[in-house]
Design a binder for this molecule. Sequence first.
Ligand code: C2O
Ligand code: CU
Length: 477
Amino acid sequence: MMREKIREFISSSLVGFLIVTPSLAFGSDRPLMPIPEIDHGVINPGTGAREFELTIQQGQIEFFSGHLTKTLGINGPILGPTLKMKTNDHVKIKVKNQLAEETTLHWHGMHLPAEMDGNVHSVIAPNKSWDVAFDIKQPAATLWYHPHVMGNTGSQVYRGLAGLIIIDDEEQGKLGLPSQYGYDDIPVIVQDRKFKNDGQLQYLQSMMDIHMGMMGNRLLINGALEPKAQAPSKLVRLRLLNGSNARIYQMRFNDKRIFYQIATDGGLIEKPVALSELLLTPGERAEILVDFSKNAGQTISLEGFMPPNKPGDKETTFTILPFEILETGNTDVNVKIPKRLTQIDWMSENEAVGKRSFILSMQGMGFTINGKAMNMEVINDIVKVDTTEIWTVESNEMIHNFHIHNIQFQILDRGGKSPYPFENGWKDTVLVAPGEPVRLIMRFEDYTDKDKPYMYHCHILEHEDQGLMGQFVVVPQ
Ligand code: C2O
Ligand code: CU
């Protein structure tokens, strides 16, 4: 399914394989995967706004017995609650920073005014708070939130700052998809980490960690070290987020079963796509349906795999998450996979007025886009509202990805060919492999501000922190 060249790049870029210790490789020794608490907010009786309070704080977790690992979390010791919102909601969020360092919170994938975007310009000083208000003007989707501080995003996400956002809408509600959060609608946040001998997180130890991005040798799933999940023996929805700083995962089930993708970054795709494997770069999400109805009593694992580096070598696989399949409750109905999910308004090349191109590069240790490193004082691109544009993004030397704030785009083509089957829908983050320029089409519909920019960048967080990022404003016609 993936083109051979990409496979090669991925395996050669994935130094430092995930080595799961033998004791942890055994299902029964794994802790049960936690499900991030769901937070529906509180509806303000006066204004009708859905109001949330998020406190960014320090925490500690005993990943290894006898060692307390220092972490960061939102309303808890690691990660944050899953924020549940509905299309057309008016949302208000109070973000409090209880850390001793500056931070921000960015709503990744959200269409909103630039001053609410939570990017490098919305710094929250220690012991200060930031009030956000925006309307949800997009369909059901799995988004996420994380800090976006200039030069320090990688470190803060690595220490634990991230959380999911689930937007729901009526159309999605009518499809009868599995939607009992934590039961048959299961969030899976995948992050790799490295630990020191004393149990503390180890970040940026070598130039390699910056060059390739920080990759770990242990996995955290929903903030727990190599856990196992339990799932009912029925059709189950997984909301997968690659929340890693740099690692790209090629995922499949250990028995290579077919599963069905139902959503990309920005929401539902037109119809379920049957897949046996899926690739997620940092920041990307996918919702998939997997049928466990015939597997009660068995363990089925989601695994990562890396093709051999050279012909004749063996493929490397590692367990991402084992699922122990339980008998279903007697109220369970094994819903069928819908034939159609939604209708996507596909944009056409003819409507595009603006064309831009972005070359992602690293010369020496300098990370640049079109030859320039991120400068907070410089607006790199000015886009007119009410227009459609085509952005061509390419990389010369190595694998990157590309995330654009504020909008969801569609992929016109990848290296002149059609995009992968798992990226045929609304996207906000996309793989950019060398020699394979991707052409993205997008519409800038509203929210103008000539002073406050949005960002675009590589979502390998060490690359972003090193300057592989730029800024654009959306201005009135
Ligand atoms: Cu997920 Cu600009 O970030
Ligand atoms: Cu990059």
